[in-house]
Design a protein around this ligand. Structure first.
Ligand SMILES: [Zn+2]
Length: 131
């Protein structure tokens, strides 16, 4: 085998570079403080992006932020004044727990139920972990 052919072979064996689309970027909540309320303006957008039920995300946030609230149209209204950094911090902990695959770090996952237990199943590597 000549040198060029060897080179060609070496190339085809290199792992494919990750495309920009494969890398997951944490969505950022657009937070508006309105009197004693806190509004996440892009709530529907975020839930679509991370492919989770908005009600499930909302429930997590009410508990994590110790606030009552409601989904209103595309927004989430929290009945408490909360700093945007705190809101994003809790949103990101939701994503780390319920979206990102703990085995491969990708966000190509879905949330499913096994009896009474929720688990995250990864479509990229097949890992499954209970939450
Ligand atoms: Zn995975």
């Amino acid at each position: 085998m000549d040198y060029e052919k060897l080179l060609e072979r070496a190339y085809t064996k290199l792992p494919k570079k990750q495309t920009a689309k494969e890398r997951f970027e944490m969505p950022v909540a657009e937070v508006l403080n309105n009197g004693n309320n806190t509004i996440i303006k892009n709530f529907a957008e975020i839930s679509k992006e991370i492919r989770r039920d908005p009600r499930h995300i909302a429930k997590f946030l009410y508990k994590a932020l110790a606030s009552a609230g409601s989904i209103e149209g595309n927004t989430l209204v929290l009945q408490k004044k909360i700093h945007k950094h705190v809101v994003n911090d809790k949103l990101h902990s939701y994503i780390k727990n319920f979206v990102i695959c703990k085995a491969c770090g990708k966000a190509d996952t879905y949330l499913a139920k096994d009896g009474r237990h929720f688990y995250v199943k990864c479509e990229a590597c097949g890992a499954k972990h209970y939450v």
